[in-house]
Design a protein around this ligand. Structure first.
Ligand SMILES: [Zn+2]
Length: 382
């Protein structure tokens, strides 16, 4: 969508819009901001790149056509798509290859540090929020924005683009700017892009037009909530399920145990406990009906930061049933028979989140060991 290079060298930011084809707000926001940026190259230190995601699905205003483009980004899947004949590729598989080649070539030619920002909207009403894979570089960068931050969603989702970029060690944020068709979703996405340009130092704060207004826009839209949350449950849907959410529920809404949320295959779906609802589904396409989230206390965030900095996970392998997975550190193999009683939260504290299951064992990945801390260590937010 655009490639704007400043006069001076500096970070490179990738902005993605429309990875889901029914989410146009991000695309519009990138267009609007880039239009202004084009006349500001003298003030820019670094590069802003705008990438449109699912172009084919955008034309039909559908989330996707053959497959969800934000669930395809695992190394295994990418390798398998690359080895396919072109005539056998699905629409989103072609989209993925296009984006993958573009990112790869830009990473080789543009200057670091690199930032990946993926703009989305939701089918329900929501506060604007950020989603991140839980690495400290992501946390520290995400904290600069006056909106709530959701950790650990990748544990429940297979193959989002941002998890893939994060596994490569880069700062990667998802920003959900509001409800699909809401005007405020565009305004929030525009504000987020300007704040990103300022927070990365690609623009100095003085050079961002009405920076204060953009900050206030997000802060007000988020109702002053800039806490960290974690996903505790996901209500998954299979393709056969017929789910209908009752009207009126919103993301971040507190809902009491027993409240009926909707109907799945003629069976009522109730809240299993009092909790906070997250991303209730009000559209046909989607692999989850809703999530439940809970706020993470500040002291837990602090402890986990310290433990990660002193590489506390070296101690985990002293526990029965826990071993390094292979020779390289950063991935643990956990025997479920022995270790299932350890609170999942112990692993979470130390940065282990993603998991792949092989019958008796789980393999969990540490975000910290892949993080390219050296790439960001001189940035003001680090
Ligand atoms: Zn989306």
């Amino acid at each position: 969508m655009g490639h704007i290079k400043g006069q001076d060298i500096g970070p490179t930011i990738f902005f993605f819009g429309g990875i889901h084809g029914n989410e146009k707000a991000g695309v519009i926001a990138i267009e609007k901001v880039f239009e202004q940026l084009e006349s500001m190259t003298e003030a820019l230190s670094g590069t802003a790149i705008g990438i449109q995601g699912n172009t084919s699905a955008l034309l039909q205003n559908k989330r996707f056509l053959d497959a969800d483009l934000n669930r395809l980004w695992t190394q295994k899947n990418i390798d398998s798509i690359k080895s396919k004949q072109e005539s056998k590729l699905g629409i989103e598989e072609k989209e993925l290859l296009g984006i993958h080649d573009l990112i790869t070539s830009l990473l080789n030619t543009q200057s670091p540090p690199f930032y990946f920002i993926d703009l989305h909207t939701t089918s329900s009403k929501t506060l604007p929020f950020v989603t991140i894979n839980d690495a400290l570089i992501n946390r520290n960068f995400a904290k600069l924005f006056p909106v709530p931050i959701i950790l650990g969603i990748e544990e429940f989702l297979e193959g989002p683009l941002l998890s893939y970029m994060n596994e490569k060690g880069y700062v990667s944020l998802g920003f959900e700017s509001g409800q699909h068709e809401a005007m405020s979703a565009v305004d929030n996405a525009i504000a987020f892009i300007w704040l990103t340009l300022a927070n990365t130092g690609v623009l100095t704060k003085n050079n961002v037009p009405s920076l204060e207004r953009h900050f206030e826009q997000l802060k007000n839209a988020a109702k002053d909530d800039n806490a960290f949350y974690e996903v505790e449950q996901r209500f998954a849907l299979s393709e056969k399920d017929k789910f209908k959410m009752y009207p009126g529920f919103e993301s971040f809404q507190k809902v009491r145990k027993g409240t009926v949320l909707g109907v799945n295959n003629d069976v009522k779906v109730k809240m299993s406990k009092t909790s906070q609802l997250f991303m209730p589904l009000y559209q046909k396409q989607g692999a989850e009906a809703f999530f439940l989230i809970r706020e993470i206390p500040k002291w837990i965030l602090k402890i986990s930061e310290v433990l990660r900095k002193i590489k506390g996970d070296n101690l985990l392998v002293a526990l029965p049933g826990v071993k390094w997975n292979g020779t390289g550190k950063g991935s643990l193999r956990v025997n479920l028979k022995i270790a299932r009683f350890y609170a999942k939260s112990v692993f979470h504290l130390l940065g282990y989140r993603n998991r792949t299951i092989d019958s008796t064992h789980i393999i969990i990945q540490n975000r910290e060991r892949n993080a390219r801390n050296n790439m960001y260590s001189k940035e003001p937010w680090f």
